[in-house]
Design a protein around this ligand. Structure first.
Ligand SMILES: NC(=O)c1ccc[n+]([C@@H]2O[C@H](COP(=O)([O-])OP(=O)(O)OC[C@H]3O[C@@H](n4cnc5c(N)ncnc54)[C@H](OP(=O)(O)O)[C@@H]3O)[C@@H](O)[C@H]2O)c1
Length: 328
């Protein structure tokens, strides 16, 4: 039984400190930008959804750009099959603030209306700015977010890929409008520790912002199923260390997993993030992956285990998070 719970400021609901990322759901509809194989079907996705819910996971993260809206449509169909489920699910989606969207207030509202339509709901629980790429000021973005909250279209608002400076500025802009900043979604894993080295994790704690950790198992690289001779396929540009460098991390994940009652590398890698104070949102393509990932809940790592994992982790220098941001 997991003892920790988290909440998004503005949303009156607690949830387990682990979610599900749904970028890969509907990814086959994305040309050029997709990074995952297209072999997953809606049946296996439905099984992943069900297994996650059965394991006590409520938070699902999507975006208007995932599968060009297909990820949201799939979630919409899953919810439509079981409408009573809506109140126990925490739905997070994102607005892509492309530089040409200069009327950001209108663009954000239109994008959210389209997301709500695809999801088949009245409002979303968390609406996030996908990356710090808008040409408009934080005040303009905060105005746009405040308007959709005032109209009941989103309960909580967040950002993604924001640096400490950007996040603090947005936090101030929202505060001036009486709104909390609920979350900042960034790349964070044992292969990418920039949220620690830049002070972002600490700043999130201080400001009451939930740090949502994306690519938390290194796009599959920390599961133990890939190796130098069997690297992940497809365009997986996050956490893109050579597998040779990751072997020592996996060996330590296995050792600590075995010492903690037979946990798998994925479960240990996810628990490391939860015990650091983050909420990881691993992708899951089927029931087996979803169930395994949910096994990160209900136990904790000791201080010695955390220190040993810190020791072998890779800080990550190839992605300049918050500055050069790749789509995802
Ligand atoms: N805001 C942003 O800019 C941004 C950027 C990236 C991601 N995200 C979010 O973060 C979520 C997760 O990130 P991610 O998909 O990049 O990386 P990830 O969660 O680290 O890796 C997910 C992939 O790992 C494999 N996997 C997952 N669980 C497994 C298990 N238990 N055993 C074996 N393999 C397993 C699956 O791919 P295979 O089976 O094919 O290996 C799965 O698609 C996304 O879905 C999205 O919601 C946001």
């Amino acid at each position: 039984m997991e003892t920790l719970s988290r909440n998004f400021a503005g949303l009156d609901r607690q949830f387990a400190p682990l979610g599900v990322g749904t970028w890969a759901w509907g990814d086959s509809a994305t040309w050029g930008m997709g990074s995952y194989d297209s072999s997953l079907t809606e049946a296996t996705i439905a099984e992943a959804w069900q297994a996650s819910l059965d394991a006590g996971i409520a938070l699902f993260d999507t975006a208007e750009v995932y599968g060009k809206g297909e990820s949201e449509r799939i979630i919409g169909r899953l919810l439509a099959a079981e409408p009573a489920r809506r109140s126990s699910v925490v739905l997070a989606t994102k607005f892509m603030p492309s530089p040409w969207k200069l009327n950001v207030r209108g663009a954000l509202r239109d994008a959210l209306a389209a997301s709500i339509d695809r999801l088949g709901v009245d409002c979303v629980d968390l609406y996030q700015i996908h990356g710090p790429i808008s040409l408009r000021s934080h005040n303009a973005l905060a105005d746009a977010l405040a308007a959709i909250v005032a109209d009941g279209l989103a309960s909580a608002v967040g950002v993604s890929n924001y640096s400490v400076k950007e996040m603090t500025s947005m936090h101030g802009a929202l505060s001036a409008r009486g709104l909390p900043l609920a979350s900042n979604q960034v790349e964070y894993s044992m292969l990418r520790r920039r949220p620690e080295t830049t002070g972002l994790l600490e700043a999130c704690g201080r400001l009451g912002v939930v740090l949502l950790a994306y690519s938390p198992i290194g796009q599959g690289r920390l599961t133990g199923k890939y190796s130098a001779t069997n690297p992940p396929q497809g365009r997986r540009s996050f956490s893109d260390h050579p597998m040779e460098q990751i072997a020592t991390v996996i060996t330590e994940l296995r050792r600590i997993g075995e010492a903690n009652g037979g946990r798998t590398p994925s479960q240990v890698a996810l628990r490391w993030l939860i015990d650091k104070g983050a909420v990881p949102i691993p992708g899951a393509k089927n029931a087996a992956q979803a169930t395994e990932n949910a096994g990160a809940l209900g136990w904790t790592l000791s201080g010695d285990d955390l220190a040993a994992l810190d020791q072998v982790s890779l800080v990550g220098t190839r992605t300049l998070q918050g500055r050069v941001w790749q789509h995802g």
